[in-house]
Design a protein around this ligand. Structure first.
Ligand code: GLU
Length: 435
C-alpha cells in the first residue's frame, strides 16, 4: 500500500482543453496513410467526407421552469461496412468539427477490428456537471426526439462516450421506442448499445474499452518481453476508460504513479491504488484531493517518469508542447485523438511506441457489437464469453496492425489506417459507385 501523504496546498493546474481543429488532425493522418498505400483517388474523395452532418437545436425545460435552447450533433461518416455506429458525448466544447473527427475515427475503428459497422458520433454542447439528474434526463430525451428516425437499430446506433453512461442510454432507448409503433418496440432494443445490464445491456460492456486497451498492452508487452508486473504508468482522465484501464493494469501488478483529470493532477511514486482512486472519483467528481497522493501541476504530470502513459481524456493532449515532456516508453491511447500531428512527429522521433486510439480503444465498440448481436438474437452471453470473444477480436486486430507496420515500415497509427483503408477499398471496388 502507498504511504499516506496529506494534501496541504491546492495547486492550480491547466485543465486539458482542445486547441486546434480535430478534423484537421484526421485529414493529416488519413493523407499520410493514403499516400503511403497509394489509395485510389476516388476512394480518397469518398472517405474524406462524412455522409451526413446533422445539427439540431432543441428547447428543454429547466427545473426552475425556464426554457433553455441546446445544440446537438450527429455526424454519420460512412456506412459501407454496416450501420453507422458511435457514441454520444456531453461536453461544453462539443462542436461539428470535433464530432466529424470522432465519427471518422469510428469508421476506421470498426474496419480495423473487423465488425460490420460504419462510423458515426454525436454530441450535445453543454456542461452536464451544471445540471440536475432530472434536467439531464429531459436534455437526453429531447435530443433523442429531435434526432427522430436519423437513428435506428439497423441504421445508426448510438452508445456512451465522454460524460454519458448506461443511464443516458436507457433514456435514449425509452424515448426512441416511444417514437415507433408499439408492435415494433420488442425488436428494436439494439437501437443503442451500452445499456444497463438487465435492460438489454451486455455484461462486460462497461469495462470493454479499458479491457480492450489492456489486451493491446499485454500483446505489446509480449512483443517487447516487457514485464507488466514491474511497470509504472500514468493516466490522464479517470472516467470510464481511464479508471477501468487503471484497475486492469493494477491486476497485473503495474503501479499507477500519477493521474490527471479536469480537477487537477496527483502523484505518488510509491503507487496509487486504482480501485481506491475510482471510489474517490465517484464521490468527489475528480482525482484532485485524493488523500494518498500529492497534487502536482500539468507540466509535472506530463514529465512524470513512467513506462506507460494512458491518455484517456480528450483530444489534442500530446502536442508539439507536451510530447517532449513525456518520459515514457509507450503511449496507449484510451481517448480518441489524444495526440495531434505535431505530438505524433515528436513521439516518432523519440522512439516512443504508440498504440493508436483506433486500435487501443476499439474494445468499446467491439462489445457494443456483441450487445447488438445479443439483442437481435434475444440472447444473454456470460462474461467469459464476452471477454473471450473480445480478446480474440483485439489480438487479431493488433496483429493486423503490427503486420501492416512491418509491411509499410511505418508507425502504428499509419499502419492502423492502412488496415482500415484497405478493407474499405476492397468493398468499394466490389460495390462500385451508383449510378
Ligand atoms: N464511444 C466509444 C468509442 O469512441 C464507443 C462507441 C460504441 O460503442 O459505439 O469508441
Amino acid at each position: 500500500m502507498p504511504t499516506a501523504i496529506p494534501v496541504t496546498t491546492k495547486i492550480r493546474t491547466r485543465t486539458p482543453t482542445r486547441k486546434a481543429s480535430v478534423y484537421d488532425n484526421v485529414v493529416r493522418q488519413f493523407n499520410r496513410a493514403a499516400d503511403l498505400m497509394d489509395l485510389d483517388e476516388n476512394i480518397r474523395k469518398i472517405l474524406a467526407t462524412p455522409v451526413n452532418e446533422i445539427t439540431v437545436h432543441f428547447p428543454v425545460k429547466m427545473d426552475d421552469g425556464r426554457i433553455e435552447m441546446f445544440t446537438g450533433f450527429r455526424v454519420q461518416h460512412n456506412n459501407t461496412l454496416g450501420p453507422f455506429k458511435g457514441g454520444i458525448r456531453f461536453h461544453q466544447n462539443a462542436d461539428l468539427d470535433e464530432v466529424k473527427a470522432l465519427a471518422t475515427w469510428m469508421t476506421w475503428k470498426s474496419a480495423i477490428v473487423d465488425i460490420p459497422f460504419g462510423g458515426a458520433k454525436g454530441g450535445i454542447r453543454f456542461d452536464p456537471s451544471k445540471h440536475s439528474q432530472a434536467e439531464l434526463e429531459r436534455i437526453t430525451r429531447r435530443f433523442t426526439w429531435a434526432l427522430g428516425q436519423n437513428i435506428g437499430p439497423e441504421y445508426d446506433i448510438p452508445a456512451p462516450d465522454v460524460n454519458t453512461n448506461a443511464q443516458i442510454m436507457a433514456w435514449m432507448l425509452d424515448t426512441y421506442l416511444t417514437s415507433i409503433p408499439p408492435q415494433d418496440r420488442g425488436r428494436c432494443m439494439h437501437v443503442v448499445t451500452g445499456k444497463p445490464v438487465g435492460l438489454g445491456g451486455s455484461l462486460g460492456r462497461e469495462k470493454a474499452t479499458g479491457q480492450g486497451l489492456m489486451f493491446c498492452v499485454e500483446e505489446w508487452a509480449k512483443d517487447r518481453s516487457f514485464d507488466l508486473a514491474k511497470a509504472s504508468y500514468t493516466v490522464q482522465g479517470f472516467g470510464n476508460v481511464g479508471s477501468w484501464a487503471a484497475r486492469l493494469m493494477d491486476q497485473h501488478g503495474s503501479r499507477l504513479v500519477a493521474a490527471e483529470d479536469v480537477t487537477g493532477a496527483i502523484s505518488n511514486p510509491a503507487g496509487i491504488d486504482a480501485e481506491e482512486l475510482t471510489k474517490y472519483v465517484k464521490d468527489n467528481r475528480g482525482v484532485y484531493g485524493f488523500p494518498k497522493a500529492v497534487p502536482v501541476d500539468h507540466e509535472a504530470f506530463f514529465s512524470t517518469e513512467a513506462d506507460i502513459f494512458i491518455p484517456a481524456a480528450l483530444e489534442n493532449q500530446i502536442t508539439g508542447q507536451t510530447a517532449s515532456m513525456l518520459r515514457v516508453k509507450m503511449v496507449a491511447e484510451g481517448a480518441n485523438g489524444p495526440t495531434d500531428p505535431f505530438g505524433d512527429i515528436l513521439l516518432r522521433k523519440s522512439g516512443v511506441d504508440v498504440l493508436p486510439d483506433i486500435l487501443a480503444n476499439s474494445g468499446g465498440v467491439v462489445v457494443s457489437y456483441f450487445e447488438w448481436l445479443q439483442n437481435k438474437r434475444s440472447e444473454y452471453w456470460d462474461l467469459d464469453e464476452v471477454d473471450g470473444k473480445l480478446h480474440r477480436k483485439i489480438v487479431a486486430a493488433y496483429q493486423r496492425v503490427r503486420n501492416a507496420a512491418k509491411e509499410y515500415d511505418t508507425d502504428w497509427r499509419t499502419a492502423a489506417y492502412t488496415v482500415a483503408l484497405a478493407r474499405l477499398q476492397k468493398v468499394y471496388e466490389a460495390r462500385g459507385v451508383f449510378p
